[in-house]
Design a protein around this ligand. Structure first.
Ligand SMILES: O=C[C@H](O)COP(=O)(O)O
Length: 252
């Protein structure tokens, strides 16, 4: 059975002390209320990884970076390699987030290098895809997402692809308060699963977790997560408040 996952993406928020406090609170609440069979992940800034790994019970809560370098090492000032991420004790890395693609010019080519390095270093990539508003309005979101995947994760072997978590995030729903409806989410998640089945076979498609991201909150999590093909969420804003994050986890 595929995993249910709720992953927070703190983005460029919280200083180190605030981040540790947030992680501590999430850890306490998860210990108290239980997350049942949900895998909980905290996607923190690079600077927080080591401390957050020390703060949480890593048997229950996974820690994730939000990016990694496209090169293994060397003269790349300011970059953080996949190996460095792994050495902090983090187990996951978010790759291909629309904000990285849009503001930092991340292309499919760079993304492929990052995916390979993440996998080489035994990090689980949380691979993001999703369309902008004009594509949704034109009704061509399936083609758009398929192309994103064909250029990147569909280049992997089935064996490597199986190690990924996929996050579908419609760009028009990110941080806007405008969530995809439950039907829209189910429809495109089912489509993504169908193209995975075409490419890698049904067994792989049935095992892979596909998360929804975009203004997911405690008030809409349940409705989104009851869909057959929605296996959890990648949560931005609402992951910055421990109670809201727990409210989303409890949406299962
Ligand atoms: O990675 C998370 C997503 O970009 C969703 O962000 P949001 O929950 O603030 O809309």
């Amino acid at each position: 059975m595929r995993k249910k996952i709720v992953a927070g993406n703190w983005k460029c928020n919280t200083n180190l002390q605030e981040g540790v406090q947030l992680a501590k609170k999430v850890n306490e609440l998860v210990a108290k209320e239980g997350a049942d069979d949900v895998v909980v992940v905290l996607g923190t800034p690079f600077t927080h990884l080591t401390k957050v790994v020390e703060t949480v019970d890593t048997d229950v809560i996974g820690v994730s970076a939000q990016n990694c370098a496209a090169e293994p090492k060397g003269a790349f000032t300011g970059e953080i390699s996949a190996e460095m991420v792994k050495s902090t004790g983090a187990e996951y890395v978010i790759l291909g987030h629309s904000e990285r693609r849009e503001y930092f010019g991340e292309t499919s080519e760079t993304l492929n290098k990052k995916l390979a390095l993440a996998l080489e270093n035994n990090l689980t990539p949380i691979y993001c895809c999703g369309e902008p508003l004009e594509i949704r309005e034109a009704g061509t979101q399936n083609d758009f997402v398929k192309k994103q995947m064909e250029e990147t994760v569909f280049q992997l072997s089935a064996n490597d692809f199986k190690k990924l978590v996929i996050a579908y995030e419609p760009i028009w729903a990110i941080g806007t308060g405008k969530t995809a409806t439950s039907e829209q989410a189910q429809e495109i998640h089912a489509f993504i699963r169908s193209i995975i089945a075409e490419k890698f076979g049904n067994e792989v498609a049935q095992e892979i977790s596909i998360l929804y991201g975009g203004s997911c909150k405690p008030s809409n999590a349940k409705e989104l997560f009851t869909n057959e093909d929605v296996d959890g969420g990648l949560i931005g804003g609402a992951s910055l408040k421990a109670e809201d994050f727990l409210g989303i986890i409890n949406g299962f």
